[in-house]
Structure formats: C-alpha cells, structure tokens
Design a protein around this ligand. Structure first.
Ligand code: GRF
Length: 204
C-alpha cells in the first residue's frame, strides 16, 4: 500500500513509520509515496528527505481552508496514495479533503478520543493526574477526533511527575502503535474499519 504521510512539525511519528517500512512491521506491506507538509519549513520534512522519502509542501498560511485543501488533494493524488496518514498534521481537514480520500485517512491522537479531543492531550493527562491515558489510532471523518477507532493502547502514567515524562512514555507507544495498526489494516485484519460517507459507506 502506498502511504502519504502528512506532518506540520517535528515528525517523530513519520520517522517511526519510515523505519517500519524500511525494516520493521510495514516492510513488504507499505511504501512511502510522499511526505507532505503544510509548512515548508517543518523540521519533519527535512528529516523525511534525509531518510530518502519523496517530499512535497504547500504553505497553508493565509489560505482559505477549502481552496487550500483542494490543492493539497491534487498534489497528493499525483502520488497515488492508498492511505493518508496524519502524523502531527496541524490542520482541520475540510469536507473536500475528507471526501477525496473517504475511509482512507488515519490519525493518531495522544489520548482516548472519547475522553479528549483536539490539542494538548498530554497536558490534559498531566494536569488531571491521570494514572493511565490511551493512545488512539482512528479513521478521520468530518468531526474533530470523532472517527471510528482502529486501535488503542494504554500508557501507564504512574510516577510520571513531569509533562516531559508523560510525553516520553506516550510517544514510545505512539511510535509502535501507528505502524502496527497500519500493518493490520493493510493485511485486512481490521474488517470493521468502516466510515460513513453520506449515502454509501466505504469499507477500507
Ligand atoms: C503526536 O503527539 C501526535 O499524536 C499528535 O501530534 C504529535 C506529533 O508529533 N497528533 P510528531 O511530529 O510525530 O513528533
């Protein structure tokens, strides 16, 4: 399967995915078709190039969401992706984008999406002194962190007394869970992963 990985920042999840493609659980299952960013100066974009991935970017700053997303769809389609893999892509996707790749867009959220949506999930877990949080990989629908859950994995937060420690433990789970979930999805081991797309529902 061909992956388009979308990021806006550091790109540690992208690195984990590329490693999995090159010599891990995604080997012989997936290839990185492109790493795309809405921020041409995102550190993760340069890292992706260093790792040998094709890269592309378009600046989203000052652009209307719908128009920008229509251009992004055009760029991504040139790389013929089977899956759009959001990895710290800090944009809410417009319906234009979601419909172009309906049922084939994945996101990783650093919390249980039933308990917390949107930004600052690790801060939320830390400030609420959770003893456990969950990392969620889900399909993206038109809501914010509302799509069908593909996988969740707990993070033990007992004794994590700084935000940095909460993030360190969480990211370690993120980095294996995303690749692992994609591998299962591509192998057809997640048959219930469907997303409602208006009249029809698309199976992935
Ligand atoms: C991760 O915590 C991810 O769950 C969230 O954004 C962060 C991206 O980090 N959606 P990185 O750029 O992959 O290092």
């Amino acid at each position: 399967a061909r992956l388009a990985i979308l990021l806006s920042g550091r790109g540690s999840n992208m690195v984990a995915l590329v490693n999995a493609v090159q010599h891990g659980v995604l080997q012989n299952l997936a290839e990185v078709a492109v790493v795309f960013s809405n921020k041409p100066d995102a550190p993760g974009l340069e890292t992706a190039a260093t790792l040998g991935c094709p890269t592309a970017s378009l600046t989203s700053q000052g652009r209307k969401r719908q128009e920008f997303d229509a251009e992004v769809v055009q760029v991504l389609q040139q790389f013929q992706p089977d899956y759009i893999v959001l990895a710290g892509y800090m944009r809410i996707l417009s319906p234009t984008f979601i419909r172009a790749f309906a049922g084939r867009i994945l996101n990783i959220h650093p919390a249980d999406t039933h308990a917390h949506q949107g930004l600052h999930a690790y801060e939320w877990a830390f400030e609420n002194q959770l003893v456990e949080t969950k990392i969620t990989v889900h399909l993206v629908d038109e809501g914010l962190d509302t799509g069908p859950i593909l996988a969740q994995h707990p993070v033990d937060l007992r004794g994590a007394d700084t935000l940095a420690e909460v993030e360190r433990r969480g990211l370690a789970v993120e980095h294996f869970l995303y690749a692992d979930t994609l591998a299962r999805l591509i192998r057809g081991e997640l048959p219930n992963a469907t997303i409602e797309t208006g009249a029809a529902s698309a199976a992935v």
